[in-house]
Design a binder for this molecule. Structure first.
Ligand SMILES: Nc1ncnc2c1ncn2[C@@H]1O[C@H](COP(=O)(O)OP(=O)(O)OP(=O)(O)O)[C@@H](O)[C@H]1O
Length: 237
């Protein structure tokens, strides 16, 4: 794969749940060292697209390549290339953050993971609760741990679905750092969010989804300020 080839390559993606067409023909290309935001209102199809990229939901139609692997035919290889922070769930209430990290490290057969994992927990201010079960965690704490779990094995493709939702400024900054670090080591990052300002801050490129379709893709700079807010609103109407 050359640098100019997309690491995430989505063509004509459709996802149907019974009568509902959650994704109605999306094309998307995302590249190494770049961060791309999927921005849109509730129900636009962002999470469904992310779930397909993570190998959790199969495409109804279309081709989806993740790090060169077809998510339908080669689901395991595609999953191995990704780190995924789902929009909801994913944490075991009776397990501690440290146990989550241990399990992830074992499943991925990681060596020397403990030091970097401890650093990540500290950066997200989860060091003090590393050995407390997650059942009592606030929403924001759960979000922060989900980002840590997605990032700990330094995946080639980092998928963060609503990582800023209900997260305080320190957690937001830590997530921004994780995204910057991933880009610096050449990973391809996708961030799904309905928050325009954080999408701009986190990402180089913004793709706007509406009603299951991609209605625009632009550089983050074009989404900034009052003018950017107006341009975004007009895309949603
Ligand atoms: N498992 C499912 N079964 C039925 N409908 C679904 C399912 N998952 C998603 N949908 C529907 O598909 C559409 C897109 O949902 P999706 O969660 O992808 O949107 P979103 O842009 O992530 O929204 P939000 O910002 O609210 O998370 C919505 O109409 C939703 O109700």
């Amino acid at each position: 794969m050359t640098n100019s080839e997309p690491v995430v390559d989505v063509r004509g993606l459709h996802v149907r749940f019974g009568e509902v067409e959650a994704v109605a023909g999306i094309d998307l290309a995302a590249y190494a060292g770049q961060a791309t935001a999927l921005l849109g209102r509730n129900g636009a199809g962002k999470s469904t697209t992310m779930r397909v990229l993570a190998g959790v939901v199969p495409p109804t139609a279309g081709t989806v390549l993740v790090a060169g692997h077809d998510v339908r035919r080669d689901t395991l290889a595609a999953k191995q290339a990704t780190g995924y922070c789902p929009d909801v769930g994913g944490l075991v209430p009776r397990a501690t953050p440290w146990e989550h990290l241990q399990l992830s490290a074992r499943l991925r057969r990681l060596d020397d993971w403990e030091g970097p994992a401890r650093d990540l927990l500290e950066r997200f201010e989860l060091g003090d609760v590393a050995h407390r079960v997650t059942a009592g965690f606030s929403h924001g704490m759960g979000r922060r741990l989900s980002v840590v779990l997605a990032a700990m094995h330094q995946p080639q493709v980092l998928l963060l679905d609503e990582p800023f939702d209900g997260v305080d400024p320190i957690g937001v900054d830590a997530t921004m750092d994780v995204i910057a670090d991933a880009r610096a080591r050449g990973a391809c990052v996708l961030v799904s969010t309905h928050l325009r300002e954080l999408a701009i801050r986190a990402c180089t490129t913004v793709s706007v989804l509406r009603g299951g379709s991609r209605v625009a893709t632009m550089g983050s700079a074009d989404m900034q300020g009052e003018e950017g807010a107006r341009a975004y609103r007009s895309l949603l109407e």
